[in-house]
Design a protein around this ligand. Structure first.
Ligand code: GTP
Ligand code: MG
Length: 297
């Protein structure tokens, strides 16, 4: 018997949704950093084994006070994940508190599909404290299943995967069994570069930057696969371009070194990475750019 299902992970920014996707998939698929609003798109990660196909969906955390049109698009990706799930995983940081009238929880309570509460970051607390917090969560909110995990330490994640496999219904594979995402390699390259921008730059730089791959050319070098990648980093102001490039180009050189390593690991071959920076004033409110960058249809 073959089973399949759509399993959507939702939750506030920075709770560990992308880290969980990576733990379940067994590879660094969706970028995850210590900064909130790391994920900007809806990304499908497709888990396949002989008898199962689980289509996991990662999405941005809902932004309570959207400041740009880009935020509204991110929120629409987040909202869409509430609508098409066979199972919903609502993830929270175990140590955060939620009111009974929390908007997301209210919305979840109206959904018909099975709902799991995923209490994450259990590695950060004492056993006794965790026990009482879990009891509090269980008493306050009604979920079909509750898991206490550490996505980062991969604690409890294989049990979660086993339960999902049990709960999904008999059904066909929706995607070819060798496909692992709805996104292409260019997208993942852009994400790896953006991840390094999030890691290496402070304040508004990561939030003002967008990455687009212009050229992705596969070839051979000394009999081995080789990819040449040319990529543009867009920022919203001239001053941000200067910061991104840094004194004598040192900052962007460093960005390139780390991004190249991550991309090579992901693609599994050597690459040559060229990075350019362009200013597109206020792109986060500009429909043309939002379309070009995949935030709008
Ligand atoms: N200590 C600890 N940290 C965790 C755990 N899971 C995730 N994190 C950290 O929490 C931060 C946010 O993780 P992400 O996976 O990017 O969170 P997210 O929910 O996808 O965030 P957005 O994409 O911004 O909505 C990162 O620094 C992770 O390393 C965990 O189980 N324990
Ligand atoms: Mg994320």
């Amino acid at each position: 018997m073959h089973k399949s299902g759509f399993v959507n992970i939702v939750g506030h920014p920075n709770v560990g949704k992308s880290t969980l996707i990576n733990a379940l998939m067994g590879e660094r698929f969706s970028i995850a950093t210590s900064k909130p609003q790391t994920t900007r798109h809806r990304i499908l990660a497709i888990f396949n084994d002989e008898n199962h196909q689980i289509v996991f969906s990662d999405s941005p955390g809902i932004i309570e006070d959207p400041k740009y049109k880009m935020h509204e698009s991110m929120n629409s990706f987040a909202h869409s994940s509430f609508e098409d799930a066979d199972i919903i995983l609502f993830m929270v940081d175990l140590f955060d508190s939620y009111d009974e009238d929390n908007k997301t929880l209210k919305r979840l309570s109206k959904l018909k599909c099975p709902k799991y509460l995923i209490l994450n970051k259990m590695d950060l607390g004492e056993q006794e404290k965790i026990k009482s917090l879990v009891e509090e969560w269980k008493n306050k909110f009604d979920f079909d299943r509750v898991f206490v995990i550490s996505a980062k330490e991969k604690f409890g994640t294989s049990e979660l995967l086993t339960t999902i496999k049990e709960d999904i219904k008999e059904g066909p594979a929706y995607y070819p069994k060798d496909q692992s995402s709805d996104k292409n390699m260019r997208f993942f390259v852009e994400e790896k570069i953006r991840e390094q921008i999030l890691v290496q730059y402070k304040k508004e730089i990561p939030y003002s930057a967008e990455v687009k791959v212009e050229t992705y050319k596969e070839s051979q070098k000394r009999g081995k696969p080789f990819v040449h990648i040319r990529s543009i980093i867009y920022v919203a102001r001239k001053s941000q371009k200067n910061i991104l490039i840094g004194k004598e180009g040192n900052a962007i050189k460093n960005l390139g070194i780390y991004a190249r390593k991550e991309i090579e690991r992901f693609i599994g071959c050597q690459i040559h990475l060229e990075l350019f920076v362009k200013v597109k004033e206020n792109w986060r409110n500009d429909d043309r750019y939002l379309k070009q960058f995949g935030y709008m249809p």
